[in-house]
Design a protein around this ligand. Structure first.
Ligand code: ATP
Length: 306
């Protein structure tokens, strides 16, 4: 029998009056995974997370956290998950420590101060522990949000855009801490717009677009979907018809072609020269997650018409 999933959603649907935010999404996140949920604005990421966290009701389908249904078994599911929301919402008159103690009380946890102090220290909040929330900078408030999600030691941690508007130093500190939690066995689910971050951190990635899951695979496998070598060109003239099936428009007048190996680059250049198209700009490199993302999001629309 398969192990109980850290998070499982089955055929999840969420309809708002004007929009279907989730249109039948199914996926499993295994215990101990570092999973990335990517997609453009409005793809449905926050909606999915809100349903899993028990904050929003699905219109159809079901979701579980460590095997507990988020509706039928709300309390158990809620205890097993810690969510770092996108928006910064706090009681401005509480101090950092009070905020965390209050959150701990919400989960009925007494004698939790040792862990609270540990979380405060790890997130570099010690100097601000007795400061009122309203006096904190945006980056500091974000650290408190992370601390708040960890207060009840949930095995599953979901972070919705945790590094939006956060400076590089804090971002790195935050990731070091989250990585450590993952090494210690916590399941991490992350949504981010920083694809480089997802590529570095996530072992597996799901991509949402218009409420549908359009890719779900190991990060390495996603990267290998695009051939090993990419040639990006700016041409003066037409791309030879034979090369069109493997070309994508970048949207800025440049074209990217996928080829199997570096040895094939010369053949591409020769074909362009032969067709009388001068090469104004040339870049050869490997695909990164951003390339995969752009091509998946573009679907076939940006493919150069053959
Ligand atoms: P972002 O990257 O901008 O945070 P997202 O992928 O998290 O986007 P969602 O916030 O889940 O996307 O939104 C999905 C769709 O559902 C959007 O079209 C959004 O406008 C809509 N939506 C979300 N919440 C509501 C709501 N409470 N009422 C009506 N429509 C909503």
């Amino acid at each position: 029998m398969p192990e109980i999933a850290a998070i499982e959603v089955i055929d999840l649907v969420k309809r708002y009056p004007r929009v279907t935010a989730l249109d039948g999404v199914s996926l499993r996140v295994e215990p101990g995974e570092f999973f990335g949920l990517l997609g453009p604005n409005g793809a449905g990421k926050t909606t999915l997370i809100s349903i899993v966290a028990g904050l929003t009701r699905a219109s159809g389908g079901r979701a579980t956290v460590m095997g507990h249904d988020v509706v039928a078994d709300y309390r158990a599911a809620r205890r097993l998950i810690g969510v770092v929301p996108q928006e910064l919402v706090f009681d401005p008159f509480f101090t950092v420590r009070e905020t965390l103690r209050f959150q701990s009380g919400y989960f009925g946890l007494r004698r939790n101060d040792d862990w609270i102090e540990e979380v405060i220290a790890h997130l570099d909040l010690t100097a601000k522990a007795d400061a009122n929330m309203r006096t904190l900078s945006g980056g500091m408030k974000r650290r408190v949000l992370v601390a708040q999600a960890l207060v009840h030691r949930p095995p599953v941690i979901v972070l919705d855009e945790p590094t939006a508007g956060v400076d590089v130093e804090l971002r790195q500190g935050l990731w070091a801490f989250i990585r450590r939690l993952n090494r210690e066995g916590h399941t991490i689910v992350l949504t981010t717009h920083y694809l480089e971050e997802a590529q570095q951190l996530c072992g597996r990635i799901g991509m949402l677009k218009g409420g549908r899951l359009i890719a779900l695979d190991r990060t390495q496998a996603l990267l290998q979907r695009l051939a090993d070598v990419q040639v990006t060109l700016r041409l003066r003239g037409e791309l030879p018809p034979a090369l069109r099936p493997q070309a994508f428009e970048q949207g800025d007048g440049r074209l990217t072609l996928r080829v199997a190996s570096a040895a094939d680059v010369e053949a591409v250049l020769a074909a362009c020269r032969q067709a009388g198209a001068a090469i104004d700009e040339l870049e050869v490199g490997h695909a990164d997650l951003e390339d995969v993302f752009m091509q998946l999001m573009a679907g076939d629309r940006q493919k150069v018409a053959a």
